[in-house]
Design a binder for this molecule. Structure first.
Ligand SMILES: NC(=O)c1ccc[n+]([C@@H]2O[C@H](COP(=O)([O-])OP(=O)(O)OC[C@H]3O[C@@H](n4cnc5c(N)ncnc54)[C@H](OP(=O)(O)O)[C@@H]3O)[C@@H](O)[C@H]2O)c1
Length: 415
């Protein structure tokens, strides 16, 4: 198949935009050239002469010679306006903006279909890991059972520092900020929101679920404290922030973002620093594992480049799985084995919320409970009790758990 010639209008010339410019210089075989670049700040020094730049988005959107828009700006709302206009003008679009794609998934999919034009966003999830196209093309939905990943590089860097160098959470965050891995206001990353945006995109391509950010529960790493960090160190575990989605026996999808203890046998255990890793589990092939750099100019630009290359062969996402009409599992049907840290006054009350308790501990300042609890109760605790923090051990098969639990209760009553 002959490659289509792509004339690109590039939005953004920051970390990824400049990375893409350099990467394209080194891949002349790809018939893609950047005609013009739209940026925001008129006073900034640029690495290229000024004739390459415009500050007016319509300078690119109204240019008929430009058939491809590559959107690499750091403002999700402005990005949405740009991408919407480009698709309406039947220009193919590549973007790396997970927040924008996650928040407007439905509308963006509709625009692609109405104007018969592709939008690709591989770089929006785990940068250099080609996970979206694999979920879209390789995995048959009936066979895919779960997807679990470390999808945020800055939180993984912070957690690696706490695990490998015994940093406190505050010191690890400050270190990540000093190295440019975390923003001065890091809550999007540390609160698990960035991971949630990526999870929203992943579940659309993995299971055909289109959900809104408010539909998925996220707890980040920002409330972690020494008790759980020490627990992990003592037991030879690491805490990782995981984005998780699993098909249940009832055919629904349970999904969330939570910090999780992982042990040495887990593939995610050795995904450290700013690396990302994604495990897929399917019925016949069992577990597969993708790992790679989840951020940075060249790793991210490589995914953008791959999308540009795919456009030159007229590739587009088909969103076949959206017809499956899968639904999200209800919070009260999701059971999790967790470590809950709490203050000394609330331990007795919080124990009542657990279905089953394996272990509990109390010192003069704080305590923890390890046991099985529903996601519904977990949310209630997080909303109503200060000084609490959760770390997941594992998800529990709800049907099996309820059956065993019921049998146990009946046995206890009979005896
Ligand atoms: N950095 C990474 O490792 C990474 C990884 C995966 C995905 N991403 C995604 O890639 C995108 C770009 O990130 P980045 O790290 O390259 O950001 P960045 O370094 O902060 O650069 C942002 C660029 O966007 C431009 N810009 C902002 N608002 C604009 C507007 N309204 N119109 C035109 N240009 C505008 C800025 O212009 P000025 O130069 O004039 O300020 C700047 O060139 C984001 O969506 C990010 O989430 C980044």
């Amino acid at each position: 198949m002959e490659k289509k010639k792509l004339t690109i209008g590039l939005f953004g010339f920051g970390c990824v935009g400049f990375g893409l410019y350099e990467v394209l210089q080194r891949t002349p075989a790809l018939k893609a050239n950047i005609k013009r670049i739209c940026v925001k700040d008129k006073n900034k020094d640029r690495q290229l002469p000024s004739e390459h730049f415009t500050y007016d988005k319509n300078g690119l959107l109204d240019d008929d010679e430009i058939n491809t828009i590559v959107e690499l700006i750091d403002d999700a709302d402005a990005a949405y306006e740009i991408v919407k206009s480009a698709l309406k003008k039947r220009k193919a679009v590549v973007t790396a903006n997970k927040k924008m794609v996650a928040e407007h998934f439905d509308e963006l999919q509709e625009l692609q279909s109405t104007y018969n034009v592709p939008l690709l966003y591989e770089a929006a999830c785990c940068a250099s890991i080609p996970i979206i196209r694999n979920l879209e093309e390789y995995y048959d939905n009936d066979l895919l059972e779960s997807i679990e990943g470390i999808v945020n590089g800055s939180t993984n860097y912070i957690l690696t520092k706490t695990a490998d160098e015994n940093f406190t959470y505050a010191d690890a965050l400050a270190d990540a900020q000093s190295k440019g891995y975390a923003e001065s206001n890091p809550i999007l990353d540390t609160g698990g929101f960035d991971a949630k945006y990526k999870l929203l995109i992943l579940i659309a391509h993995a299971f055909g679920i289109v959900a809104k950010p408010e539909d998925i529960y996220n707890i980040g790493i920002n409330k972690l404290d020494e008790l759980e960090l020490n627990y992990a160190r003592e037991k030879g575990l690491k805490i990782k922030l995981v984005a998780y989605a699993e098909k249940t026996n009832e055919g629904t999808i349970k999904t969330f973002v939570l910090p999780k203890f992982v042990n040495k046998t887990d593939k995610l255990f050795s995904v450290d620093d700013v690396f990302n890793g994604v495990k897929t589990k399917s019925f016949f092939s069992d577990t597969q594992f993708f790992v790679g750099k989840g951020a940075g100019a060249y790793p991210t630009a490589s995914a953008v480049l791959s999308d540009i290359s795919a456009l030159s062969y007229n590739y587009r996402y088909e969103y076949k799985k959206l017809n499956n009409k899968e639904t999200l599992a209800q919070d009260d049907s999701i059971f999790l084995k967790v470590f809950l840290r709490h203050d000394i006054t609330s331990g007795i009350e919080l124990k009542q919320k657990f279905e089953e308790i394996d272990e509990s501990y109390l010192n003069q300042k704080t305590g923890f409970i390890i046991g099985i609890i529903s996601l519904k109760c977990l949310k209630e605790i997080e909303e109503n009790y200060e000084n609490t923090s959760f770390v997941l051990f594992e998800t529990v098969d709800s049907k099996l758990f309820l059956k065993l639990y019921k049998n146990k209760k009946e046995y206890a009553i009979d005896n």
